[in-house]
Structures are given as C-alpha cells and as structure tokens.
Design a binder for this molecule. Structure first.
Ligand SMILES: [Mn+2]
Length: 371
C-alpha cells in the first residue's frame, strides 16, 4: 500500500517584482509549476492514496487564478480514481465561522475528501482509516478531538494521522495561529502506522519517532528558507514502513556573503553566467554609509544580468557614536554632510556645511516629502 504525502503548496503565493511573459508574477508561476511537477509524478506512481496536510492555498481567500489552477489540477487527480484526503492549514482556515472555507470547492469531486471544520474527522476505506485534525482556531479544543481520535483507532485496518501543526517547539514557523501538538499526547503516534504532518516547510522525520514525518513545502515562501530540497513523500506501508523522499526541481537560489572592504575583488571571483534564472541574495557585510553609496543595487543587477532577481541586504558597521541600522534610516542631508566631512579640510568643511544647511533648509520649505 503506497501513499503520496505532500503539503504546504501555498498556491497563490507571490513575491518579487518580476513577471512572466504572460504577465503573471514569476514566483506565483513557480509555485504552480512545482505543484504541477508533483501531480505529474503522482500520475506515474499511481499510489493507493494521496494526502495533502494543509496550506494548499497561501490565503484563506485565494485569487481566481489560484482557485482555477487548483480546480484544474485536482480534477486531473480526481480522474485517477485514487482517494485524495486534504486537511486545512492555518493559511487556508478563515478566522471566523461566517466565512466558508475554501476547501469546500472540492465538495463535489467524487474522490476528494476534505477536512476543514476545526474538529476531528475520520475518512475510512476498505483497508485504511485516515484520522484528521485540520488547523484549529481554538487550540484548547485539541484534547477533546484527540480523545475522539483515540477511540476511533481501528484494530483491523491501517491507521494514518494527519495534522497541521508543530510537534514540539522545533517546528514553529513564527506565524499567526500556529499551534504546538501537546507533548503528553505524543503516545498516540505509536498507535499509528504513519503520521503525516504539515506546517514545517522542510522534509523532516520528527524526533524519536520512526513513523512521523513532515513532507515540507513544494517551494520556498521566503528567502530565509535556504533549502533546495523540496518535494513529496512516498510512504510504503505494505510491510514495515518505508519512507522515500522524492525531490522536484525548483527555482535555484544562492546566497553570497561579501565583505564591503574587499567587495570588488570578491565580486569579480563570482562567475555570473553560472546563475542564469537564479534568485540571488547578496549580503554585504561591514558597510559604512559612504561605501554603501558606492555599491549600487543597479550595478549588482547588471553584473548578474541573467539572474531572475538579485536581492541585496546591507549590514552596516556599528560605530560608537553612530548606528546605521538601515540605509533608509538616515537623511540625505546627513549622508551629504558625512561626505563633505570626509572629502575636505575642516576649514572648507565648515564653510560648505553652512551652505549645505542653507540649501537643505530651502529644499525642506519647498517640498514636503514626509507624505
Ligand atoms: Mn505552510
């Protein structure tokens, strides 16, 4: 018996100001491509069951494009005649009971079974029972749902648990509404053949348990996520549990840390043609305000002109009397004054500073750029 487990596909997520030739946000398109790659692999594998452990969509009210994409792909999966079980995650659960959950769009698909009601729900088939608890807005209710779950464990069939949460504090995503599975209820995992988790975006086995897994997300939702291994799990429960991670090809990402003191030298060592289509993060360390002006984002974008996007992060040296946390935090006047101070004799500086102050005062009278 084979189960494909995937999760956190965040359809509709978008980022960076790059568009495809069809005018779609490039990162949004990347997420659709990742999803499509998984669907294509599922069509080849033809598992006995397909499960998705939450955050199918990035938002609880996704865009029309994200919804129509999901309907098209799940229609394709539905045609395989394989049962598909989905649970809602924190990103796809409305905060109020008045709003209808987005997963209800699949209610009329014959092979799709969705849990989105903030309670324990069971989906039973001839050889297996899926015990699901979708994302809970009221996390205190977990105990009563777990009690129902414990009483519903089958003695003759395989038991699979599906959750969208952090198990222990190590899998928290710093997001609104996430919750931690209660430690004293972890013994339930041992009564399961497989525990499928969603929420954490990296493929991971959980702690001491050999049957508890996060499949991870299908793409990265932030540049803080440096992982390049994204994909899905193929769990074989025929005899002893066998878990295989299947990687998909996602957009390449690389991060460079460059010291401002030897910036040009280090930059010239990097061969830009190797990074076609990449998202490149450049962290410039040990910057002073003046050096920062010398290195422009435009120059870096031109250097890596085949990259999809170059994201520049600047880390400033903290001087004793001056702290430049962020380039935007100091005014043009302060920059200019520092420039004058560093470029001329003190006599000349005193003379020019008066002139500069006068000019900036005049500018401020005429333009209100605080709006
Ligand atoms: Mn997620």
């Amino acid at each position: 018996m084979k189960i494909v487990h995937f999760s956190d596909t965040h359809l509709g997520f978008n980022d960076l100001d790059v568009l495809t030739s069809d005018g779609i946000n490039q990162r949004e398109a990347d997420f659709y491509k990742a999803f499509d790659d998984i669907v294509k692999k599922i069509e080849v594998i033809k598992p006995n069951y397909i499960i998705h452990t939450g955050d199918l969509f990035h938002r609880s009210s996704p865009s029309n494009r994200a919804i129509s994409f999901a309907l098209e792909k799940f229609n394709q999966l539905n045609n395989l005649n394989i049962p598909i079980i989905l649970i809602a995650g924190n990103h796809s659960t409305p905060r109020t009971i008045q709003a209808k959950p987005i997963l209800s769009i699949f209610n009329n698909f014959q092979n799709i079974f969705c849990a989105y009601s903030c309670k324990y729900e069971k989906f039973e088939f001839k050889d297996i029972v899926f015990h699901t608890i979708a994302h809970l807005n009221d996390e205190n209710s977990i105990y009563k749902h777990l009690e129902t779950l414990e009483n519903s464990i089958s003695k003759t069939k395989k038991n699979i648990m599906m959750l969208h949460c952090s198990v222990g504090a190590s899998f928290l995503m710093s997001e609104f509404g996430e919750f931690v599975y209660p430690k004293e209820k972890e013994y339930l995992f041992e009564k399961m053949d497989y525990v499928a988790l969603g929420h954490w975006h990296g493929f991971s086995k959980v702690g001491k348990f050999n049957n508890v897994y996060y499949s991870g997300s299908s793409e990265r939702t932030s540049l803080g996520d440096k992982r390049n291994n994204k994909g899905f799990i193929l769990a074989d429960l025929t005899k002893e549990l066998k878990v295989e991670f299947h990687k998909i090809k996602i957009r390449d990402f690389i991060s460079f840390e460059i010291d401002a003191l030897t910036f040009d030298e280090q930059l010239n060592k990097i061969e830009p043609e190797k990074y076609k289509g990449f998202i490149i993060e450049i962290i410039i360390k040990n910057l002073t305000a003046l050096k920062s002006i010398d290195i422009s984002n435009q120059q870096l974008k031109q250097y890596f002109n085949q990259a999809l996007q170059v994201v520049v992060k600047r880390e400033f040296i903290k001087e004793e009397n001056q702290v430049f946390e962020d380039i935007q935090a100091i005014s043009l006047k302060d920059y200019f004054t520092e420039f004058l101070e560093n470029s001329c004799s003190s006599e000349e500086f005193n003379r020019l500073k008066l002139k500069a102050d006068e000019l900036f005062a005049k500018y401020e009278e005429n333009y209100d750029d605080s709006i």
